[in-house]
Design a binder for this molecule. Structure first.
Ligand code: C5P
Length: 247
């Protein structure tokens, strides 16, 4: 895989026009474009079609969490949209995850297309030990232990990988093996602002720690020159190529 293909650009903007301007500018410099709730709720499935029509690959990050039937039918619709990856919450339980994995496989085979990677969101990076205990009522386990357990649940259900903190990648990699895809947000190059992200790593650190893909938003989209920011990150990733090659 080329280093630039490991970069997932988060299109966290409010309008189709802003999103497509970024896609136009950065298409050749990143691997995928992430359409999350903010953009999808204003621009809808159309934005996915637009990005695909202009040659971009799409990660639909809607983090499904509902009963098995609703989630698996939604998995079929995003598969029909032709995205390369999408997300679901591992906390929905194994029945929901398994039903979803089977539905996506089935839908892709009916359409005769490559199925999208279904990724489970483990513990959100905004959740710390205290919130886990006081708000989610999960006591006696560390955030990392819960993330690893949910990653294993996702793997058992037939999912392709997880979204996790770069700081949890080593433990999840050890538990789930090398084929399992690890996607990590919370990435900040040394030269970028931290914004509201607390626990961050640099792009190179994330890949060294075992991530397959890194999600980057503002460090590129709000840079004075987004293309040169993307190129700088790619260079940084290429520097750890030795480690990338063995994966
Ligand atoms: O701008 P920035 O690089 O912080 O954007 C990070 C992206 O990753 C956002 O789209 C955010 O929703 C997403 N994300 C995150 N932390 C998580 C899960 C997703 O920052 N735990």
């Amino acid at each position: 895989m080329l280093a630039k293909d490991r970069i997932i650009l988060a299109l966290d903007v409010d309008t189709k026009e802003e999103a497509l301007t970024l896609v136009e500018k950065l298409r050749g410099h990143v691997g995928l474009f992430k359409v999350g709730m903010q953009l999808f709720t204003v621009a809808g499935p159309e934005i996915v079609n637009h990005i695909r029509d202009s040659g971009g690959s799409v990660f639909i990050d809607l983090k499904f969490h509902d009963i098995p039937n609703t989630v698996s039918e939604s998995g079929r619709t995003v598969t029909r949209l032709g995205c390369a990856m999408f997300t679901v919450h591992a906390a929905g339980g194994i029945r929901m995850l398994r039903t979803l994995a089977e539905a996506v496989k089935d839908e892709a085979s009916v359409l005769n297309i490559k199925p999208p990677l279904v990724l489970a969101v483990t513990v959100l990076t905004s959740i710390n030990q205290q919130i886990l205990k006081e708000d989610l009522f999960i006591d006696g386990m560390s955030v990392q232990d819960v993330a690893v357990k949910w990653a294993c649940l996702a793997k058992d259900a037939g999912l392709c990988g997880v979204v996790c903190s770069p700081l949890e990648t080593a433990a999840i990699r050890a538990a789930c093996g090398h084929e399992f895809k690890l996607v990590t947000p919370g990435i900040r190059p040394k030269w970028a602002l931290k914004n509201d992200q607390m626990r961050v790593t640099t792009p190179a650190q994330a890949i060294k720690l075992g991530a397959d893909y890194i999600v980057i938003g503002r460090a590129i989209t709000r840079a004075e020159d987004p293309i040169s920011a993307a190129l700088k990150i790619t260079e940084e990733l290429e520097e750890v190529e030795g480690e990338l090659d063995v994966k």
